[in-house]
Design a protein around this ligand. Sequence first.
Ligand SMILES: Nc1ncnc2c1ncn2[C@@H]1O[C@H](COP(=O)(O)OP(=O)(O)O)[C@@H](O)[C@H]1O
Ligand SMILES: [Mg+2]
Length: 717
Amino acid sequence: MAVSMAARDLGAELDREDLRLKPGQVPSPAALAEWVGLSGLWCRAVRLSWRELLKLKGMGAVVLLMRDGSASVMARPDAVRNVVWLKDPAVAVEQDGVPVDELRLSQLWAGEVLMLRPDQQSRTDNEAWGIGWVARVVATERGVIRDITIGSIVMAFLSVVPPLLTMLVIDKVVAYKALSTLLMASMVLLLAVVYETMLGYVRRQLTAIIALRLDLKINLFVFRRLLGLPIDYFERTPTGHIGYLIQQTQKVRSFVTGKMMTTIFDMINLIVVLPVLFWMSVPLAWMVLALGGVMALIIAVFIGPIRRVYAHYLSTEVRKNTILVETLHGIRTIKSLALEPAQRDAWDRRAAESAYWRRKLDDISNWPETLVTPMDTLMTRGVLMIGAYMSVTGGSASVGSIVAFMMVANRVSGPLMSMARLMQDLEEVRSGIAMAGMVLNNRPETVNPSVGLRPRFEGALSFRDVKFTYPGSKNRALDGVSFDVPAGTILGLVGRSGSGKSTITRLLQGINREYEGQIKIDGVDMREINLSHLRRSFGVVLQENFLFRGTVRENLLAGRQGLTLTDAVRAARLAGAEEFIERMPMGYETIVEEGSPNLSGGQRQRLAIARALIHDPRLLILDEATSALDPESEALVNANISRIAANRTMVIVSHRLSSLVDSDQILVMDRGKVMDIGPHTQLLETCTVYRQLWQQQNRHMESFRSSKKSTALVPGA
Ligand SMILES: Nc1ncnc2c1ncn2[C@@H]1O[C@H](COP(=O)(O)OP(=O)(O)O)[C@@H](O)[C@H]1O
Ligand SMILES: [Mg+2]
């Protein structure tokens, strides 16, 4: 109750039903935190000491979980009087609550605290992915970046010290044999080396920290976003394609912590080094700057063409990758249909295409590299020649200063060129960001997970003139469908393949939401219902079900909070899975492999049914769940249907009419339209389509019956 109160203060409603408590059971702090999380609030269960508790302020709401299972909201801590003010939801007290001191609290409270606040993460989560997002995330690392910059400035100054000392040593020490100066110079040099080493270490550490944080933020963001996308997006887009686009986010990290950082260092270096150069010799400085400028120009000129070739190369890589993922996914089909040659051909073509563009890319990238190298050599040798000439004719340049100049000048061309290259990298990152954005910036299913009603379902369904067309498709998948299903009854769905049966179940689960007309559950419009609440209220079994890698028990519980092995056993029994699970060597702890080769189709399906039943849903959808089963497994599942159906509404899609005979109603679909609806016996009389289907599937029975009418041994039926 205290938790609900705290949540309400923050503007979120919680539903006790979601907690799934047995009477008298006290929820664990972790379960409570997850429960609060469902409403879209940020919530963590932590253990705090009294002193930490006193320091909490302006942190949203704090709920203390007492030893006896009750809870109190902390109104505020009062460090001055060494008390905390508690509000007990059961007692209506004044606004501030009652003050409680350390001793009294320690008798009631063991340190469990639930902290709640409006989800800040979700704010950046709802922002579009793009350069702006990256910039904002990088900006949060302001402090670290500032430290790195300061360190780099110091290092840039330090790096000028050795050349200047060299000049000093050559001109003064060697010329005048001044040993004391040499000693001093050595000391300074040593000091500079020590500092430089230390700073370099710290700088690398800091860079690593930024890289790590950025990585984490990007990873969290990307995965959340990905899971938030509607299913139909994944159905429209090849998995390999999505995977490749998502990988592009990696570029952001490597750019920010790689190229961007080095360019910042380079710029700082340049700014520090240039004045030193001009101080040493104006004409030589100009020469170096001019050559450096030309080199940067050469690189800049090639950026455009390189970028174009690179774009081609990238798109061939995407296509290649799509084939790879497709092949891995469909490897069973490929092997069994002996499609390897065709697949290999396709791969070879894509690989050749990609290699062609890679070659072009290398070709064109080689040019600026080639042109720049002589300039670089020219710079150092030129300095030596011109410096020597100047020193001979004008005498303005000493030997030491020429050597020093050459040492410093080396650090001008580097930064200028890397600046020119930065343009290209920027382009790459930009395109990487855009590619990832093609996935991440699709409209998510729900903008705010806490929006919408969370009614307790009884399970009455109603469709009113529902029309639906899949995006990108011309024909209506559903065309004016209307029907009603009273709570607790079974609806059978039959019809030819493609007639819209699965579409009805998809609309019910809110997988596709752009329909016309009205769908209501217990009289509440579907569009008003909280999406995750809706999905959690359904149990769904499809023809093909994905079992995760893990034990049977883990697969059954599917990570749902507050469920135990007892629940798993109960669900397994209901689904008729108990007998084979117990025969397995490790029982409920048997590992299910990826793709579950150690289970037969029938076993897998019964596991899937058990998984769907684990949270005792009021609504259960079986979409061709038994179609791929052998007759024996099918009979086993069907025998359990009436037990499974107790207390819930079921929608069963099946093309085997015999398994639907006992349904309360059967809906006959044809090309998106409702042909008829009614119980089996009625449909046999009124609906020709149904009668034909029935006769088709039971012809052997009919002939059998008519031929052996006299004998009473009519099996099956
Ligand atoms: N994801 C989808 N995208 C586009 N069209 C679809 C999609 N799923 C089904 N359809 C089309 O919608 C119609 C109804 O399909 P569906 O409801 O799956 O039929 P059923 O389950 O009765 O076999 C079919 O014509 C099918 O081609
Ligand atoms: Mg279907």
